[in-house]
Every structure is written in C-alpha cells, then in structure tokens.
Design a binder for this molecule. Structure first.
Ligand code: NAP
Length: 244
C-alpha cells in the first residue's frame, strides 16, 4: 500500500519541523517546505529518512503564487499524491499601531494570509478526488489582544475565518479544514522576543511554562487521524490556559 503524503510549510525549523517529524513517525512521507534555510531543511529530510519514510525538501516562498504552484508540480512528480497540508509558514513582526511600517505590513499579510490561501488552493485541487486534511497553524493572538500584535492578530484572525469558510466549501469533497492556535511555544520566534518582555509573557501563562513545538505537532497529528474525520472548521487553542 502507498504511504500517505503530507506537505508541511515552513518545516525547516520550529513548529513546522516538529509537525514534519511527528507525521513521519506516524507513517507519512513528508514534503518539507522552506524559504531560505536550505541546510536546516536538509537536516529535517535526513532525520525523516532515518525513520524509514520518504522525504524531500522544496524551496518556495509561500507568498509567491508561482513558486507555490511550481512546488506542487514538483511534489506531484516525486510523490504523486497529497493527503495532508499543514499551513504553518508564518512571520511575526511586532509593532504598536503608530510604528507599523508598510513593508512589514505587506510581508505579514502576504505570508500569513496569502501564503495560506496559495497552498490551500493548490492542495485542494490535488485532494479534490481523494479527500484530505488541511491544518492551518493560527495563534492564540487571533482570539486574545496582545499589545503590539495588531498586524499579527489580524492575520491569524483571517486564518480562523478562512478555516471555517474553506471547511464548509470543501466538506462535500471529504476534505476537512481545521486550525490549531498555539499560545507561546518555545521556538526561534519566541527566542526573538526581548528577555524582559518574554518573562512578562511567561508570568501570564497559567500553566507556568511555554509550550513545546512537539506538543503542537501532537495535536496536528491527532487532527489528521480518522478519529477526527467528522470534525471540520474548528480552531483548537493550545495555550496552557493563557486565553482563559
Ligand atoms: P519559526 O521558528 O520562526 O519558523 C518559521 C518557519 O517558517 C521556518 O521554517 C521558515 O523557513 C518558514 N518561513 C518563513 N517565511 C516563509 C515563507 N515566506 N515561505 C516559506 N516558508 C517560510 O516559527 P514558529 O515559531 O515555528 O512558527 C510557525 C507557525 O506557528 C507560524 O505560523 C506562527 O505564526 C505560528 N505560531 C507560533 C507561535 C510561537 O510561539 N512560536 C505561537 C503561535 C503561533 P526558513 O527557515 O527557510 O526561513
């Protein structure tokens, strides 16, 4: 029997890397998308191959529609099928309203919103006859106001809205669409926050710790299992109680 195939965008590091490795542990062959970090993506591919699964790295800026379409053509040539898309590639660039600059605003909208649509559209086209799962990585910032995250929150709110709409559109095609909204997760994205601000964030988490990328990956893998085949259009918040 052919292995199922999953594409994880932004899989060279952080949450995407953890999702790629855990999906591989659960029997999927993996398409590892990245934007700039070829070396890290190659390391993820090597780690997956060690588990006995097939993997390949695909460089594509998800904000660039042509690059995404090209990536899907390559995936089709190498793997021939697609069962899961994890829309994960994202950026954060905190700024208070009066400090937001146009380049940063465009970059966030392009990657965090347009990039998710580009990949969801191409994946749905491939899954339309076979069914499949689309998991969008959102953020707790989509449901919780965090000062300085106006742009980021807006992009993740858009992810939640698109999740519901695409779920409704694609349900008749046996494609489920759900989102996972993590709180603070230990990755390079969190490392980039200044120490004093990070300590404040830590104090605000009722569980008293940041989450791990592996914990996010566990939820993503669960959503891909048959146990959740009737669930679609939902946003699962995973934040140690931060948003309560
Ligand atoms: P990260 O450690 O900064 O890694 C970002 C990943 O995205 C890298 O693999 C990077 O590739 C890739 N990427 C960035 N721009 C891209 C583009 N235009 N095209 C393709 N790939 C691109 O981030 P993370 O913390 O794992 O976050 C992953 C997702 O989780 C994001 O959507 C983020 O908003 C969400 N999230 C994170 C947290 C958190 O606390 N960390 C909380 C809630 C939600 P290269 O290595 O090639 O640059």
């Amino acid at each position: 029997m052919e292995n199922k195939v999953a594409l994880v965008t932004g899989a060279s590091r952080g949450i995407g890397r953890a999702c790629a490795l855990k999906l591989a542990e659960n029997g999927y062959d993996i398409c590892v998308n990245y934007n700039s970090n070829e070396q890290k993506a190659a390391e993820v591919v090597a780690a997956i191959e060690k588990t006995g699964r097939k993997a390949a790295a695909f460089k594509a800026d998800t904000a660039d529609l042509k690059a995404v379409q090209n990536m899907f053509r390559e995936i089709n040539k190498i793997f021939g099928r697609l069962d899961v898309l994890v829309n994960n590639a994202g950026v954060v660039d905190d700024a208070y309203l009066l400090m937001i600059n146009e380049d940063s605003l465009s970059k966030s909208l392009d990657i965090n919103i347009k990039g998710y649509f580009h990949c969801a559209q191409a994946a749905a086209l491939k899954m339309i006859k076979t069914g499949g799962k689309i998991i969008n990585i959102s953020s707790v910032s989509s449901v919780l106001a965090v000062e300085g995250q106006g742009v980021y929150s807006a992009t993740k709110g858009a992810v939640n809205s698109m999740t519901a709409t695409l779920a409704k559109e694609l349900a008749p095609r046996k494609i489920t669409v759900n989102a996972v909204a993590p709180g603070f997760i230990e990755t390079e994205m969190i490392d980039a926050i200044p120490e004093d601000k990070r300590e404040g964030y830590l104090k605000s988490v009722p569980s008293g710790r940041f989450g791990t990328a592996d914990e996010v990956a566990s939820v993503v893998v669960s959503l891909c299992s048959d146990a959740f085949s009737y669930m679609t259009g939902q946003v699962i918040v995973l934040d140690g109680g931060l948003s309560l």
